[in-house]
Design a protein around this ligand. Structure first.
Ligand SMILES: [Mn+2]
Length: 403
C-alpha cells in the first residue's frame, strides 16, 4: 500500500488562558473578557475549517494553553470541539502546555476534574524523547513528536542526528522549538535546530511551534519541508504578525508552495506603531497625525493598536486626546506620549533668568558647546545638545528618554 498525500491543518501557540491584563496595551476589563472568549473561539473556527476542507489530520505542535492561566472551562471547550472534529488530532506539548502528571493532558486527572477523558481521536505525545505514532485510520503515515515536561528550556539538539522512524509512505513530525538564527527578541531558545539538520531528517513535513510569526523552511528544490504557523491569534504586542492556521497537502518529499495556505482564524489584529508628531502644535493636529498613521498602517476598525508618539512638542503644552477620538479610531487604541520630548529651542533659552538653577545650567552647557565648536568636536557637541534636553526635562519634571 502506498499513500500519495495527506491533507492537514496545523495550528499552534493558542496560549489559552494567557494573562491579557498586563503589558503596555493595558486592555480594560471588559475587553479582556471579550478577547479571552475570542481566543478560545479560535479552536472552534479551526475545527470548522478542518471539517469544511475535509482535512485528514490536525497537527498541534505545542502551546495550546498556558499552564498557569488556563481554566477548566477552556479545557472543557477544547475537549468538546476536538471531539466534534472526528479526525485525528495530534498534539506535541510545548513549554507552556508541558506534560507532567498534573497536566490537563493526563487522562486520569481530567477524568476527575472534567469527568471525561481525551476523545479517542486525540493523540498526545507524552514522552520526553521522540515517539512515533501510527494510526489504523491513516495507514502508511508515521507521526513523530516530543513532549516538554516543564516550562524550562530544552538544550538538546534533537535533530542533530538522523531520527530512526518506522517505515511508511509519509513521515510527519511535530516540534516545538527554536530555528537557529531566527530567534525573535526576548524569546526563549529551546530545542534548537538548524535548517540543514531539519532538511536531513526523514520527515516529509515538520509542523513547527513556538515562534509566533509564520515562516517556512524549503529544500533546494523549493519544496516546503517545515513551517511555523505563527500564533493562532494575537493576544499581546508579540503577535503583531500572528499566523492563524496552515492548510496543506503533504506528499512524499514535502509540500508544494501552491499547496500550503495560511488562513486567518481571528478577526482582530494587533498593531504596534510609532508616529512622529514633530510640527504638531495642538491636540487636534496630533489626532490628525494619528489618524493618518492608522490608515497608513492598515489598522482596521476591529483591530487593537498601540501608538507610540515620538518627536518634539511645544514645551508646557499637554496632549489630551478626546474620548470620542480614541473610541472611533479602532476597537482598542492605546496612545503612549512618554517618548515625546519638549521642543526646547536654543534661541528660546536665552530668556530664562540667568540666576536660577535652570539659567545657570543653560549658561554652563552653552559654554561647553562653544568650546566643543572651537575644537571642531561634533560628537561632543551632539552629546551636549542631548545633555541640554535631558537636563531641562529633569528640571521640568518631565520623563527622560534616551535619544
Ligand atoms: Mn512556546
Amino acid at each position: 500500500m502506498s499513500r500519495e498525500a495527506l491533507k492537514f491543518l496545523q495550528i499552534s501557540d493558542l496560549h489559552l488562558g494567557a494573562g491579557l491584563a498586563g503589558g503596555r496595551l493595558k486592555l480594560p476589563y471588559d475587553k479582556i473578557q471579550i478577547r479571552a472568549r475570542e481566543m478560545r473561539e479560535v479552536v472552534k473556527t479551526a475545527i470548522e475549517l478542518a471539517r469544511n476542507e475535509a482535512v485528514e489530520a490536525m497537527l498541534i505542535p505545542g502551546d495550546l494553553w498556558e499552564q498557569d492561566g488556563v481554566s477548566l472551562e477552556d479545557i472543557n471547550y477544547i475537549l468538546d470541539y476536538f471531539e466534534r472534529a472526528q479526525i485525528p488530532i495530534l498534539i506535541a506539548p510545548g513549554n507552556h502546555d508541558y506534560y507532567y502528571p498534573s497536566s490537563h493532558y493526563n487522562d486520569n486527572l481530567i477524568a476527575s476534574t472534567c469527568r471525561r477523558r481525551w476523545p479517542s481521536n486525540v493523540h498526545i505525545f507524552r514522552d520526553y524523547e521522540f515517539d512515533h505514532i501510527m494510526l489504523p485510520e491513516l495507514p502508511e503515515v508515521v507521526f513523530s513528536g516530543f513532549a516538554y515536561r516543564s516550562a524550562s528550556e530544552v538544550h538538546i539538539r534533537l535533530l542533530e542526528s538522523r531520527v530512526e522512524t518506522p517505515d511508511a509512505a509519509l513521515h510527519i513530525c511535530l516540534l516545538h522549538g527554536s530555528r537557529d538564527n531566527n530567534l525573535p527578541n526576548g524569546k526563549m531558545r529551546t530545542l534548537p535546530f538548524s535548517d540543514a539538520d531539519l532538511l536531513n531528517q526523514p520527515f516529509d513535513w515538520t509542523a513547527l511551534g513556538h515562534y509566533h510569526r509564520h515562516s517556512i523552511i524549503q529544500d533546494d528544490q523549493g519544496r516546503i519541508r517545515a513551517a511555523y504557523t505563527g500564533a493562532a491569534s494575537a493576544f499581546s504586542l508579540n503577535e503583531t504578525e500572528a499566523g492563524g492556521a496552515l492548510l496543506g497537502v503533504v506528499r512524499p518529499g514535502g509540500v508544494k508552495p501552491d499547496e500550503l495556505k495560511l488562513i486567518q482564524l481571528d478577526a482582530r489584529r494587533i498593531h504596534h506603531l510609532s508616529m512622529d508628531i514633530t510640527g504638531c502644535a495642538h491636540t487636534q493636529a496630533v489626532e490628525e497625525r494619528i489618524e493618518a498613521g492608522l490608515r497608513a498602517g492598515n489598522v482596521g476598525k476591529d483591530d487593537i493598536a498601540l501608538v507610540e508618539l515620538t518627536g518634539a512638542y511645544p514645551p508646557g503644552s499637554r496632549i489630551f486626546l478626546s474620548e470620542d477620538f480614541i473610541r472611533s479610531a479602532c476597537w482598542f487604541l492605546r496612545v503612549e506620549t512618554e517618548r515625546v520630548l519638549p521642543e526646547w529651542s536654543l534661541e528660546g533659552l536665552s530668556e530664562v533668568n540667568p540666576r536660577t538653577t535652570e539659567g545657570l545650567f543653560i549658561a554652563r552647557i552653552k559654554q561647553m558647546m562653544e568650546d566643543a565648536d572651537r575644537r571642531g568636536d561634533t560628537i561632543e557637541r551632539q552629546r551636549l545638545q542631548h545633555a541640554m534636553q535631558y537636563g531641562l526635562n529633569a528640571l521640568h519634571s518631565r520623563p527622560i528618554n534616551v535619544r
